[in-house]
Design a binder for this molecule. Structure first.
Ligand SMILES: [Zn+2]
Length: 317
């Protein structure tokens, strides 16, 4: 795994903040893959909602100076087809709004079974959830709010070497399935796949990018060394949308700023990046995504994935 970090560091030379983010996103992809693999190894499948909760918790902690993560409540998801909203700040200080629906890969069929889910829309009967997401985003944009960008995040767990083309040229030297633990795609493209009846791993992968690619792969940022890493991620999002400029709002909606300022439950320790929410100061250097608490590192050793593989746990490949 050190190898991946080394490759990313070389790719991001001279951009330490973006490098840190690329590694943080790659780490979340590997963590998601590991959670799914370990659940399966003991005979059950991790729920999509559980994986989402863990991912969002970590994303929200990366650094709240430049983004906000808002998890939708179930009744909100029924209305807009999205699991969460991600506000990300551009270098011009405006905010881009993303709406994301997550789906996990099922085994042994290697399909995103839940992609073909139909949901109720008012009195019009049932429609694909992907269509609901795309249409609800458009409607929201017409209602005077900034247009949310609808996306899919996919949680994947496959083992071993695969015949599929590797979706990231820059990480070709370290092709490892855990890096594909989280992939992301524009909802419009996924909706078109579903209309054609396609929900298989290969079909979806062809439309997707590994999450960390959005930071380490676009080449457009090379001329903007002063941008925040959040704006690097946004350039990646635009790259995913064939370089369309994503709409943005001049400021965050009051409900989001307010929730952060009045939430007494937020208890920030000295090294907690959330302290930036309260004080407006930069996150302190002690808060790094790379650190693994000693207890967790110990657990990871005891349940080493390689050891599981050697015990013949790779039967799904
Ligand atoms: Zn890439």
């Amino acid at each position: 795994m050190k190898h991946i970090h080394h490759v990313i560091e070389n790719l991001m030379a001279g951009r330490p903040e973006a490098c840190h983010l690329a590694k943080a996103l790659a780490k979340q992809a590997r963590a998601t893959h590991r959670r799914m693999a370990r659940a399966r190894a003991v005979g059950f499948e991790a729920y999509e909602t559980t994986l989402t909760d863990l991912l969002l918790t970590e994303l929200a902690h990366v650094d709240p100076r430049f983004w906000r993560v808002v998890r939708f409540k179930p009744h909100e998801e029924r209305g807009n087809g999205a699991d969460w909203e991600w506000w990300i700040q551009r270098s011009d200080l405006s905010w881009v709004r993303l709406w994301i629906q997550a789906k996990r890969l099922y085994h042994p069929g290697e399909r995103y079974e839940e992609l073909k889910r139909k949901v109720r829309r008012g009195s019009d009967g049932r429609i694909w959830q992907s269509r609901l997401l795309v249409e609800a985003a458009r409607r929201e944009g017409r209602n005077g709010s900034v247009l949310p960008v609808p996306l899919y995040a996919f949680y994947n767990c496959l083992q071993g070497k695969r015949a599929e083309p590797w979706p990231c040229k820059r990480l070709e030297p370290c092709q490892q399935q855990p890096l594909l633990g989280i992939t992301i795609a524009p909802a419009q493209q996924i909706d078109e796949l579903i209309v054609k009846g396609k929900n298989g791993y290969r079909d979806v992968l062809a439309e997707s990018k590994p999450l960390s690619c959005l930071v380490h792969c676009p080449t457009v940022w090379s001329g903007h060394p002063q941008d925040s890493y959040a704006s690097t991620l946004l350039m990646g999002m635009e790259w995913l949308h064939t370089n369309d400029v994503l709409p943005s709002a001049p400021s965050l909606p009051g409900r989001i700023e307010e929730a952060l300022e009045t939430d007494d439950e937020v208890v920030a320790e000295e090294s907690d990046p959330r302290i930036a929410l309260i004080t407006g100061h930069a996150a302190l250097p002690g808060a790094r995504m790379d650190e693994v608490p000693p207890g967790l590192a110990d657990l990871r050793e005891r349940f080493d994935l390689r050891a599981l593989e050697q015990q013949g746990w790779r039967e799904t490949t």
